[in-house]
Design a protein around this ligand. Structure first.
Ligand code: TRP
Length: 374
């Protein structure tokens, strides 16, 4: 049976075959040598790199060549505000924070507050504004250095961004946008223009400093089509193509295809969930690789490879390789029950969220420090 999957900036569905996706998108695999190169400079490898949460890239070797020549890069990623932030959103942001610390990189974070307004039917700018403020708290809570981190809000920084976006837009045809994003003659014209706004932060620092500065964009792989176009255009404007590093999606609790989605709150753990809510969601919805009865589980063992709780530990919450290996083996042998495995995960998530939520509260007073001022 052929399994279908779809990965676009507007839709992620089906069981994703990431090796196929590498070919489909024409990105490169993040291989051992490249990881070693990162490790050499950073002194260690972040869990997301060691465990292949980040699995693909474009031009990362070039970026490191430049770095080794003393040409420092800046980081760029973003979040289109619409609703709550869930754990899956944090992958690129946490990697950015780590890269900022390890490479002393400046960070540019875009909040395209027009994006979801343009692409979603019933979303007003008032709704977006509320999410915008909440989403900013999640980013700040991760510990970015306010002196080295700049938030761009498309409608608020329009004065700075619009001219650059027009330069990008002038070099993209309607047929390219149609082919890359599945837009068509009945798409609204704002949605057709949008990708040019998402391209801007990848070279804006170079515009401001009046020199080429290398750019690295950590991003969910669904965002790659935007930058495939941007990478064609940006050199025509006199700047270097940004390098990219792509992450896989955190699977939804259901273990089904696609990605964790905030709009289906039962398949996603939100950064604002209470400990009780986390417990309820994991116990009720986290797809289990366990057996139907305890007796059978003890006898035949469970399947950690399909177990969502185990995947969350592997991808995010258990940094200790030995501990993770033991959980894997104990679950497989039947020594560890599903309820016990879930309990390990629930405690880890709640521990992470308790700290995150505390920092999120403190972040309220910091927003203005992060908003870019020209
Ligand atoms: N389009 C992204 C979203 O839907 C937001 C975004 C803007 C972004 N710029 C980016 C994501 C750069 C990754 C990298 O949330």
């Amino acid at each position: 049976m052929k399994e279908e999957f779809r990965v676009t900036p507007w839709e992620v569905s089906g069981k994703i075959d990431y090796s196929k996706l590498i070919k489909q998108f024409g990105v490169s695999k993040l291989d051992k040598e490249l990881l070693k190169r990162i490790e050499k400079h950073a002194g260690e490898l972040h869990l997301f790199l060691r465990r292949k949460v980040f699995f693909a890239h474009r031009d990362l070797n070039w970026l490191l060549d430049e770095y080794e020549k003393g040409n420092k890069f800046f980081l760029y990623t973003g979040r289109a505000p619409s609703g709550a932030v869930h754990l899956g959103h944090l992958f690129p942001w946490i990697l950015c924070k780590w890269l900022q610390d390890k490479f002393g990189a400046e960070m540019w974070f875009q909040f395209p507050d027009e994006e979801k307004f343009l692409f979603k039917k019933n979303l007003s700018f008032e709704d977006v504004e509320k999410s915008l403020n909440e989403n900013m708290l999640d980013v700040i809570a991760l510990g970015f250095d306010p002196k080295k981190t700049h938030f761009l809000v498309d409608t608020k920084h329009a004065n700075l961004m619009y001219k650059e976006a027009c330069k990008v837009a002038k070099k993209i045809t309607f047929s390219t946008v149609k082919a890359s994003f599945g837009l068509n003659d009945s798409s609204n014209i704002g949605s057709i223009f949008y990708t040019s706004m998402q391209a801007v932060p990848a070279f804006l620092p170079s515009v401001l400093k009046k020199k080429k500065i290398p750019c690295l964009i950590p991003l969910g792989v669904d965002q790659d089509p935007h930058f495939r176009i941007a990478r064609d255009v940006i050199p025509k404007l006199g700047y270097d193509k940004p390098a990219l590093i792509h992450n896989v999606f955190l699977p939804p609790l259901s273990g089904m295809g696609g990605k964790m989605s905030s709009s289906e709150s039962n398949v996603a753990i939100l950064t604002t969930d209470s400990p009780k809510e986390v417990r309820r969601k994991i116990n009720k919805y986290a797809f289990s690789g366990g057996r139907a009865t305890i007796e059978e589980h003890r006898k035949k063992g469970g399947n950690p490879d399909v177990d969502v709780s185990f995947q969350y530990l592997r991808m995010f919450f258990e940094p200790d390789d030995k501990k993770l290996q033991k959980i894997y083996e104990d679950y497989k042998s039947g020594e560890l029950l599903t309820s016990e495995l879930k309990d390990i995960l629930i405690k880890k998530i709640n521990n992470f969220l308790a700290k995150h939520q505390k920092k999120r509260k403190l972040a309220k007073k910091q927003i203005s420090k992060f908003l870019y001022k020209d």
